[in-house]
Design a protein around this ligand. Structure first.
Ligand code: DLL
Length: 433
């Protein structure tokens, strides 16, 4: 089992000492090797030597996704190409792609962080893991892969897609743990059921390592029940490492950060000031061991909070709460802030509705128009207009009551919303610039 008690359960004092030592290294190293940091530190009037305590990190300037774009492709690399063994890149759907590199040590640490998550799922060298995250420039597939190999599992690198074949493999190879996005996990479960296979009883899968996108409690329950698995949420982002930055333990009350490799802060995205533990805000990371792409105060845009109370599992690394969403995906509907995952949670309360939805934003005159497209389950009598109208009214009332939002609801027939094999696209923005 890849549990590392000497690190994962070390005392808070020892952990903070280790973090400070590594943070001092990172700040100096970034300054010495990356011209961007020399300039940004100088502009902010700070020097690496100003970091004397962990809290001093707040004196340093942030780095943004835009800075990575501006330094495309490898302007932020701190090592020569001879030391780089892997390159990943973000899709670049919302602008210039960003490239991240890894040294051999970076990959080793990544594998160890992911393997800790496999230990949480009781997976050791006897376990078989099917990886249905996409392989390629996306970090999901290869990140989980290295983790599986580090833990000694038998890894099936099937990648995403070809859903019927996924199910065949799960069955024939007696897979113990499935790794994919939650939306794909649900699609796999539903497809198996359509094929006459009950995944909860006919498959051996007992754990799922699901991440890369937000997932409401209702959808988690549905996935865990349909597949009959322990649901383990994994968080990560390509800029910082990839999957494994944080993992949910069996207490299911948050995700333990790999605090020996990353220092996390939560800031108010408007004032940019730190917020106290327990309060929601934007997650900011300083990497403590990364060699190729060290990051000092990277703003993730992810909204969560730090849970610093001791965890019953014995791990001493602090937890983050499940990510509600990215600040970029937050909708402001007549002054009310709402994340797609909150809408999803309301939908999961309706047995007549499948956990499939899309939010379509368009422009109508001077105003934004929001349409919520939701799919009914196959058993629902879609041709009975009165029943449809009643369902729509009940849903509208529930959205109003729970989230104080009013949206234009459109009920659509089963299977009309495209299923996701990776990250589900919940928001379709057709607004004119
Ligand atoms: O999604 C890395 C990853 C792969 C994580 C597989 C977990 C599993 P990116 O494509 O760079 O990297 O996207 C990172 O995805 O900033 C979050 O907004 C979101 N995200 C990642 N994990 C979670 C999660 C990978 N567990 C962005 N819950 C992040 C909610 C998540 N959102």
């Amino acid at each position: 089992m890849y549990f590392q008690p000497e690190i994962e359960t070390m005392s808070r004092e020892e952990l903070r000492d280790l973090q400070l030592e590594r943070m001092k290294w990172c700040v100096q190293y970034a300054y010495d090797n990356v011209p961007f940091y020399q300039k940004s530190f100088k502009d902010a009037g700070v020097e690496p030597g100003d970091l004397k305590t962990l809290e001093d990190i707040t004196k340093f300037p942030f780095i943004l996704k835009q800075d990575m774009r501006d330094n495309y492709p490898d302007g932020l690399f701190a090592v020569p190409r001879s030391k780089v063994v892997r390159l990943h890149a973000s899709s670049g759907t919302t602008g210039q792609a960003t490239v991240v590199g890894c040294t051999e040590n970076d990959l080793k640490h990544w594998g160890e962080c992911f393997a800790r998550g496999l230990a949480i799922c009781d997976c050791d060298e006897n376990a078989t893991m099917q990886i249905a995250y996409g392989y390629g420039l996306f970090t999901g597939g290869l990140g989980a892969h290295r983790g599986g190999e580090t833990a000694g599992c038998a890894v099936i690198p099937i990648s995403s897609g070809n859903t019927k074949r996924q199910i065949q493999m799960l069955k024939d190879m007696q897979v113990d743990v499935l790794a994919c996005t939650p939306s794909y996990a649900l699609h796999i479960a539903d497809t198996a059921i359509e094929m006459g296979i009950n995944p909860a009883t006919d498959l051996k899968v007992r754990a799922g390592i699901f991440g890369a996108e937000p997932c409401s409690q209702g959808m988690r329950d549905e996935i865990a029940e349909k597949l009959g698995v322990q649901y383990c949420d994994v968080y990560g982002l390509s800029e910082v490492m990839g999957p494994g930055v944080a993992f949910e333990c069996k207490e299911m009350s948050g995700l333990h950060l790999a605090e020996d490799h990353f220092f996390a802060e939560i800031i108010d995205p408007d004032t940019l000031q730190p917020v106290p533990d327990g309060e929601y805000g934007e997650l900011v990371f300083t990497t403590l061991t990364r060699e190729c792409c060290p990051l000092v105060r990277y703003r993730t845009r992810d909204i969560t909070r730090i849970i610093s109370e001791p965890c019953a599992c014995g791990r001493t690394h602090r937890k983050i709460d499940r990510i509600i969403g990215r600040s970029d995906d937050m909708l402001i509907l007549r002054g009310v802030n709402v994340f797609p995952s909150q809408i999803e949670q309301v939908l999961t309360g309706f047995p007549e509705i499948a956990t499939q939805y899309q939010i379509i934003l368009t422009t109508r005159g001077p105003l934004d128009h929001v349409e919520l497209r939701v799919e009914t389950v196959p058993e629902f009598p879609f041709d009975e207009i009165r029943k449809l109208e009643t369902l729509k009214k009940r849903l509208a009332a529930e959205l109003k009551g729970n989230l104080q939002i009013a949206v234009d609801i459109k009920l659509v027939e089963p299977k009309s919303i495209e299923r996701s094999e990776g990250k589900a696209k919940r928001i379709i923005d057709l607004r004119k610039e």
